[in-house]
Design a protein around this ligand. Structure first.
Ligand code: UDP
Length: 348
């Protein structure tokens, strides 16, 4: 298969590119490096089947050519991270809405399958946990910047599903729930890389709010497995599917796990939301996915336990090779090695 990955130099995109190469696919990535990094794909550059272009989706001719070359488009390019969203709402809205529109338009001309990455953020302030794909979305007011991300992604979903309904374009929408792992940067506010970098440098670990808010953290390798299975199954076309783990942990507990696994002497401190983000910032208390649909379609659900997830991030920050913790990861590594021995792909 020939796959185009927009945002392929990003956190999830680079892991997806790696897994596609590992199973022998040709991979083309298009990334403007706005939040992604060359570092994320340096180890893939020598692969004969890996092709990369650093440019924006707005380069329509290039996008059209790259879509033509591919059988499937994984659209992961987006503005993500609560800090980025609060600080640069214009960029968030424009990147997410315009980018998806351009990808769908280009894919539609050649009827190429599009996998569109959305986010659990679209469930907003809903308290109806676990979140099912057909549940109501409960967003805050437009005066609060945070909700622009959810609204922009919800619009992307509407657009993708409309391309399917109206034009028959095969589109799959996946809502990612707090995906974490090696290569995720803390620069845009994500909690796990922040905590790990604080713990390793002995700085205070900063819990925003009370720390009683909870999330479910999913290892990126599990998320990648889910993506591949969703696309391969053929049953997810025209559907919205949650992708994540359902192991719930409070942010306070997460801070403790990180401190302990990193063997850190950092203090744990509490920072009010209005200092961490902006006055009037609204957070959600619980965010738990229903994984029924994912399991039904893919026969898979993310299983990497939290301590192993945290260890993989700690190892990454320490500059070590990523630890192989799950069957899925071991499988990817084995495949990568086999492909590499047979003709030249890099190992993860
Ligand atoms: N958070 C925190 N300390 C940090 C960064 C984030 O306590 O240094 C909190 C944040 O307020 C949220 C949770 O951790 O309640 C998860 O934040 P993240 O930005 O990773 O993802 P979100 O679930 O908000 O999209």
């Amino acid at each position: 298969m020939r796959a185009l990955v927009t945002g392929g130099a990003g956190f999830i995109g680079s892991h997806l590119a790696e897994a596609l190469l590992a199973r022998g696919d040709d991979v083309f990535i298009l990334d403007d490096l706005s939040t992604g990094s060359v570092e994320n794909i340096r180890h893939l550059k020598s692969c004969a089947k890996f092709h990369y272009v650093f440019d924006a989706l707005q380069n329509r001719h290039l996008l059209a050519e790259m879509v033509d070359e591919s059988d499937v488009v994984f659209h992961l390019a987006a503005a993500v991270g609560v800090r980025l969203i609060v600080e640069s709402p214009v960029r968030t809205i424009e990147t997410n809405v315009n980018g998806t529109q351009l990808v769908l338009e280009a894919a539609s001309k050649k009827r190429k399958t599009v996998f569109a990455a959305s986010t659990s953020e679209v469930y907003g302030k809903s308290t109806n946990v676990p979140f099912c794909e057909d549940s109501d979305l409960v967003l805050g007011p437009t005066t609060k910047g945070r909700w622009s991300y959810a609204a922009s992604k919800a619009l992307d979903e509407f657009l993708g599903l409309s391309y399917w309904k109206e034009k028959g374009l095969p589109v799959i929408v996946a809502r990612f729930f707090n995906t974490v792992g090696p290569r995720q940067t803390g620069r845009y506010g994500m909690v796990l890389p922040n905590f790990v970098s604080q713990a390793l440098s002995g700085e205070p670990i900063t819990i925003y709010g009370t720390g009683k808010q909870s999330r479910c953290f999913c290892h990126v390798n599990d998320a990648v497995q889910a993506i591949l299975r969703l696309v391969d199954s053929g049953q997810a076309v025209g559907e919205v599917v949650n992708v994540g783990s359902d192991q719930e942990v409070t942010i306070e507990e997460l801070a403790q796990v990180v401190k302990q696994r990193a063997d850190s002497s950092s203090a744990i401190v509490y920072v009010p939301y209005d200092q961490a983000y902006e006055p009037g910032f609204e957070d959600m208390l619980r965010r738990v996915p229903s994984l029924e649909k994912l399991e039904m379609i893919t026969k898979f659900s993310p299983q990497t336990p939290l301590p192993a997830i945290v260890d993989s991030v700690i190892d990454h920050f320490r500059g070590k090779r990523e630890v192989l913790t799950t069957d899925a990861e071991a499988e990817i590594a084995l495949l990568a090695r086999a492909v590499s021995e047979a003709g030249g792909t890099a190992t993860p």
